[in-house]
Design a protein around this ligand. Structure first.
Ligand code: AR6
Length: 181
């Protein structure tokens, strides 16, 4: 594990479904009805109440689907974390369709939701860098910027964790982060 910003940001390798934190973030899609990758892992480990809460959110608040960059909250089901913050990252399409801005919004809106919940700790997967193909180095640069900005403004959540499933993704992130902190 490596720390940045006086310990307020922690970077580690692992499975987000195993973390005991107040809130974990799901890299969902606009349907909110599940998928592969980390989304699939969260729904599998968390059980069916998460999907029923997602359906309810779709029916009552987002009948057209959750727009990329926005974030909503459900309970954590059987997971150790109390809450799941579902956000939708951008699908990478060359970089001229606002993908960077949308990725920033996904992180920032998730942090704002955590703050509203009173969460002290939050963990993020590497949003959009899997199936959605966002370039990993660029994502790392953006994530460091958005977190640095956020912690200057707000005191909660006090612990922000970035968790990488693959050790090589963690290494790549740390390479970018070390030059920027
Ligand atoms: N813990 C932490 N990180 C994980 C885990 C896990 N258990 N499993 C995978 N990852 P992706 P996206 C990492 O594809 O690019 C889904 O089908 C993975 O190694 O899950 O935002 C959704 O429903 C990668 O670094 O998310 C959407 O349709 C990161 O999570 C679509 O994929 C993100 O990869 C979203 O694509």
């Amino acid at each position: 594990m490596q720390e940045f910003f006086s310990g307020r940001l922690k970077v580690q390798q692992g499975d987000i479904t195993r973390l005991t934190v107040d809130a974990i973030v799901n890299a969902a899609n606009s349907s909110l009805l599940g998928g592969g990758g980390v989304d699939g892992a969260i729904h599998r480990a968390g059980g069916p109440t998460i999907l029923s809460e997602c359906r309810e959110i779709r029916e009552t608040r987002y009948p057209e689907g959750l727009p990329p960059g926005e974030a909503v909250v459900t309970g954590g089901g059987n997971l150790p974390s109390a809450w799941i913050i579902h956000t939708v990252g951008p699908i990478w399409d060359g970089g001229s369709r606002g993908e960077e801005e949308t990725l920033k919004k996904a992180y920032r809106n998730s942090l704002l939701q955590a703050r509203k919940l009173g969460a002290r700790s939050i963990a993020f997967p590497a949003i959009s860098t899997g199936v959605y193909r966002f370039p990993k180095e660029l994502a790392a640069k953006i994530v460091m910027e958005v977190i640095q900005e956020f912690i200057k403004e707000y005191e909660m959540p006090e612990e922000i964790i970035l968790i990488f499933f693959s050790p090589s993704d963690e290494t790549l992130f740390l390479k970018v982060a070390d030059t920027r902190s």
